[in-house]
Ligand binder design. Structure first.
Ligand SMILES: Nc1ncnc2c1ncn2[C@@H]1O[C@H](COP(=O)(O)OP(=O)(O)OP(=O)(O)O)[C@@H](O)[C@H]1O
Ligand SMILES: [Mg+2]
Length: 329
């Protein structure tokens, strides 16, 4: 199979100077990536999710040929990011979260014309492409086409950033926090676009901190922490990696929390009981496989003369998964 992106054992250290007193400084080494491997297929949005400093931007920079890895290999569109960087660059669109490189005194359109010329896109094709992208990203609707970049709002800048990434109509997109700081409608617009682009067959690597976003945008998620991928899977698969966090929640009418507590102790499961503000008793039982315990729990409660009002199973959220894996060494 032809993968859009292959990363194999990527390692990267940064050397920085740490201040020690007024004059002295000592060199400090930060291990940003400690052996990162993954693959991305065409037509797939893969999320790179991890806490601050996990190594997401470093990974994106290596794949976009902006930074050399110390060890390991990476192939983008089948080309080596180190030895065939030019071939890689022709096939990728990059969006880095800190939008640099736009000219403040040029309009949005002029900026795109500049980059299009730089990428060697013929004038006629470029002009059509810019019109298309301005519409697609609603920069025309926002009245941003002919405004100076320095007057752009954050949302407009993000949209222009994505337009630039799409100028060459590249098969592979590397998007580093494309919705950072955007208002909900702008973020939704960008997420929708990303999904559409994947449906067209593009491969997309998408970094974010936003669980909600990762869950709706990404087909697959790589959880990265301290320079290592600690878990990988679809949002559903990741959640099922935390079996202990599945919870059966039962709301009991006419109960007494202390009695229900003692009744449940027969089951020798992990649970908690509390009274809700509405005067109901909420029983929360934490089990690996709720299906296997449901009937026992119902029996114990009903046989002791209590009425069940509602019952539901709470799945762990992606946030639980994120916290669980991010807090592990
Ligand atoms: N140019 C640099 N010089 C020195 N250290 C760096 C440099 N860039 C990144 N680092 C360090 O490398 C590690 C990984 O940084 P990176 O930017 O890849 O993280 P990130 O996952 O993108 O974080 P964030 O969510 O905050 O954007 C961090 O410890 C960071 O301080
Ligand atoms: Mg980053």
């Amino acid at each position: 199979m032809d993968y859009a992106i292959v990363a194999q054992g990527l390692k990267k250290k940064y050397k920085t100077k740490k201040r020690k007193g007024l004059i002295k400084s000592e060199t400090q080494v930060v291990e940003a990536l400690r052996g990162v491997s993954f693959r991305v297929k065409y037509g797939e949005v893969v999320g790179l999710l991890g806490p601050n400093g996990a190594g997401k931007t470093t990974t994106v920079k290596i794949l976009s040929t902006l930074l050399l890895p110390d060890e390991g290999e990476a192939y983008v569109a089948g080309y080596d990011v180190v030895r065939e960087a030019n071939e890689v660059r022709k096939r990728i669109g990059i969006l880095l979260s800190v939008e640099k490189g736009f000219y403040a005194k040029l309009t949005g359109k002029e900026n795109l014309e500049y980059f299009g010329a730089l990428y060697g896109i013929p004038r006629k094709i470029l002009s059509d492409r810019i019109n298309y992208l301005m519409k697609l990203l609603e920069l025309d609707r926002l009245g941003a086409v002919d405004r100076l970049f320095e007057e752009y709002s954050l949302g407009m800048k993000a949209r222009l950033g994505l337009a630039r990434a799409l100028l060459k109509d590249p098969p592979i997109l590397l998007l580093d926090e494309p919705t950072l700081g955007l208002d909900p409608p702008s973020a939704r617009k960008i997420r929708g676009l990303v999904k559409d682009l994947a449906r067209e067959g593009k491969a997309i690597l998408y970094t974010t901190h936003n669980m909600f976003e990762a869950e709706i945008v990404c087909d697959r998620i790589l959880l990265i922490n301290k320079g290592v991928i600690v878990a990988e899977g679809t949002p559903y698969e990741l959640k099922t990696m935390l079996p202990r966090l599945r919870t059966i929640v039962v709301l009991v009418k006419n109960g007494d929390e202390f009695k229900i507590n003692s009744v449940l102790s027969e089951l020798s499961l992990k649970y908690s009981v509390k009274r809700t503000p509405e005067g109901l008793i909420e029983v929360r039982v934490h089990v690996p496989k709720p299906e296997e315990y449901l009937s026992d729990i119902i029996k114990v409660i009903v046989h002791n003369g209590y009425d069940i009002m509602t019952m539901r199973i709470e799945e762990p959220t992606l946030e639980d998964v994120f916290i669980y894996f991010s807090s592990k060494e």
